[in-house]
Design a protein around this ligand. Structure first.
Ligand SMILES: [Fe+2]
Length: 275
């Protein structure tokens, strides 16, 4: 595995204000929809909303499922709009991405893959939990080793770990089948370090925030369709597309909130029975 490391300087206060934009599920075609929502258009609306953070935030973290149709053009669409934010962009793959297309397409757009982001007081680690061909996630031995090594390298820095799949159950039977399956080795590694502050995921298309053993586990709305919280069966939520603001503060605490575009601009197909 290549060492792909970026440096990101904190702001004048020593903090790292960031955005998380996740699960864009883009098509090559601007008019194609996923469960009633034209995903390129809802993504554009989210980016327009997020422009208010352009002068404050230093980077955007994109936590997987960038594409829905796996076309090279869908990744170009991702890149074209994310660049409007005028900040660094770090991304990782989700179950819907095809890395053989994703990597070269994004690289060509100047968005090389980064696995470690080193800042003044923080380290951000980008993991790959994709298991090709299935919806659930798992971390390979190689990824677990990389995590352990990255954490050992910077024991003095607070750490945020980004991973597409959710690590803790959301209390939603259908979604929890598609969780990170081998969460135990992951939890074992992070509990052996005292500097892991938070784990940030996409995948579940809903906001979540759970504190477990001193670590915040956060999930975030998608820029397109939302899944209903605590639903045992597949069910869509009518809430608007959104994203997360988070500031990794110098002292190790995190200020964070969810932002959504105005409701009613995009409507899901309420008869949809699956995903
Ligand atoms: Fe997704």
């Amino acid at each position: 595995m290549k060492k792909q490391v970026a440096q990101l300087k904190a702001n004048a206060e020593g903090n790292l204000p960031l955005l998380q934009i996740t699960d864009t599920h883009l098509f090559s075609d601007r008019d194609k929809d996923l469960l009633g929502i034209k995903t390129v258009q809802s993504y554009e609306a989210v980016i327009d909303h997020a422009l208010r953070y352009s002068s404050e935030c230093l980077a955007v973290l994109s936590t997987g499922d960038l594409s829905q149709d796996h076309s090279a053009q869908s990744y170009v669409n991702f890149s074209t709009h994310i660049k409007k934010l005028n900040m660094a962009c770090y991304w990782l793959p989700g179950n819907h991405d095809i890395q053989a297309i994703m990597l070269p397409s994004l690289l060509q757009e100047g968005l090389a893959q980064t696995r470690q982001i080193i800042s003044d007081y923080w380290q951000i680690i980008m993991l790959d939990s994709q298991v090709e061909g299935v919806v659930y996630g798992a971390l390979s031995d190689q990824q677990i080793c990389f995590l352990e090594k990255a954490l050992s390298e910077f024991p003095e820095k607070h750490t945020l770990i980004c991973i597409h799949h959710h690590v803790l159950p959301m209390g939603s039977k259908w979604l929890d089948q598609h969780i990170l399956k081998n969460s135990q080795p992951f939890l074992d590694v992070i509990s052996s370090f005292d500097n892991v502050r938070a784990v940030l995921s996409g995948h579940v298309h809903q906001a979540g925030d759970t504190l477990k053993d001193g670590v915040y586990f956060m999930t975030t709305p998608s820029t397109c369709v939302q899944f209903k919280e605590k639903s045992d069966d597949f069910s869509l939520d009518t809430r608007a597309p959104g994203y997360r603001y988070l500031s990794l503060n110098k002292g190790g605490d995190i200020s964070t909130h969810i932002e959504r575009i105005e409701s009613g601009a995009f409507t899901v197909d309420s008869d949809a029975k699956g995903y």
